[in-house]
Write a protein that binds this ligand. Structure first.
Ligand SMILES: Nc1nc2c(ncn2[C@@H]2O[C@H](COP(=O)(O)OP(=O)(O)OP(=O)(O)O)[C@@H](O)[C@H]2O)c(=O)[nH]1
Ligand SMILES: [Mg+2]
Ligand SMILES: [Zn+2]
Length: 321
């Protein structure tokens, strides 16, 4: 039997029976290697051990974390061993708040920090719509961490604050050494365009959205890591989604996307330990919301937002059963 080569390799991308890997230490030196056995399912960001040359990928090291989507009968690992995730949204096509909440709950369940970036701010009306939509997926005050644009407009320096500079600053502000950053979002939000902007050598394929369907076209089909010298780390472009199954999550995990419920509930506990905050008697959450409105403790705007989020929460709780 072949021995594993001791040096760890980073999986840059994997497809079919091969993976592209590069040594974790030292300069980028990527090579394609066959997978040893069908059980191995590497994804971008995995760390792997190779056999002695002629190399094959023998073993995956345990993952620190993994970004997963799970439908009823199918799990898809999108990327592994991330330090930070950029969640990209846009107003054209308009992102779906519910998909965002599903993604944010998944990130929270893995303890993964994220930055929300609103792209395509060159489209002003669409961007206003997107800002309004953020109200249903983010806790108050619902602001993105960075507002960016990936296309050149007149007189704009692409890396300026109004270009993609705000995002790079937000990433540096996290103070992570050699960050491995995942770039995640619905299809058509502009992930690959952003990648090409941040790492001009990347040469990732991008594609116009479908005007008829107001969706992206699933242009990126496999996650792939790119060396990102500006932050001394890696950026992993991932395939966009139009659904996001969360069968791998519990109701508890879902709370990660609704931190305000914990705050609101600090007045006491619901009568039932497993209260879904739906129609149950003695639900402190529902009571607190009613008190907020009748005693004008919050603005009408904020109240509407909380009601909308409660509706979304209930729907997702029902789905998890
Ligand atoms: N107006 C405008 N269009 C943009 C911007 N960024 C990207 N686009 C356009 O949005 C479309 C989709 O961009 P992609 O980069 O392919 O989107 P994606 O998120 O990678 O899509 P998938 O790979 O399908 O997940 C392309 O036509 C881009 O030119 C932007 O800042 N402003
Ligand atoms: Mg793409
Ligand atoms: Zn309750």
């Amino acid at each position: 039997m072949r021995r594993s080569h001791s040096e760890a390799h980073r999986v840059i991308s994997a497809h079919g029976s091969h993976a592209w890997v590069s040594p974790v230490t030292g300069p980028l030196n990527s090579q394609a290697v066959p997978l040893k056995g069908r059980a191995l399912k590497p994804v971008a960001g995995d760390l792997a051990l190779l056999s002695e040359p002629p190399s094959s990928l023998m073993e995956l090291l345990p993952r620190r974390n993994a970004l997963v989507r799970a439908e009823a009968h199918r799990q898809k690992v999108i990327a592994a061993n991330l330090d930070l995730v950029i969640v990209l949204v846009s107003g054209e096509p308009l992102f779906a708040p519910e998909l965002m909440v599903r993604l944010l709950a998944t990130l929270a369940s893995e303890g993964l920090p994220y930055i929300i970036a609103l792209n395509k701010t060159d489209l002003s009306e669409e961007t206003d719509r997107a800002r309004a939509s953020l109200r249903s997926c983010l806790p108050w005050p619902c602001l993105p961490d960075a507002e960016i644009s990936c296309i050149d407009h007149e007189g704009q320096d692409p890396s300026s604050e109004s270009g993609t500079g705000a995002l790079v600053q937000a990433i540096r502000a996290q103070g992570i050494t050699n960050p491995v950053v995942g770039l995640v979002g619905q299809s058509g939000m502009g992930k690959s365009s952003l990648l090409n902007r941040l790492i001009p050598d990347a040469g990732a394929q991008t594609q116009a959205i479908s005007q008829a369907l107001q969706t992206g076209r699933h242009t990126t089909t496999v996650s792939r890591a790119y060396e990102w010298l500006d932050v001394d780390g890696w950026l992993i472009d991932t395939p966009g989604f139009q659904t996001f199954g969360i069968q791998h999550l519990t109701t508890e995990d879902l709370l990660g996307a609704f931190p305000e419920w914990l705050e609101i509930q600090n007045k006491g506990r619901c009568r039932f330990y497993n209260c879904q905050h739906d129609q149950e008697p003695g639900c402190v959450l529902t009571e607190s919301l009613n008190t907020m409105l009748t005693e004008k403790l919050v603005s009408e705007d904020r109240y509407q937002q909380l009601q909308q989020r409660l509706g979304l929460w209930r729907r997702l709780v029902h789905e998890l059963g």
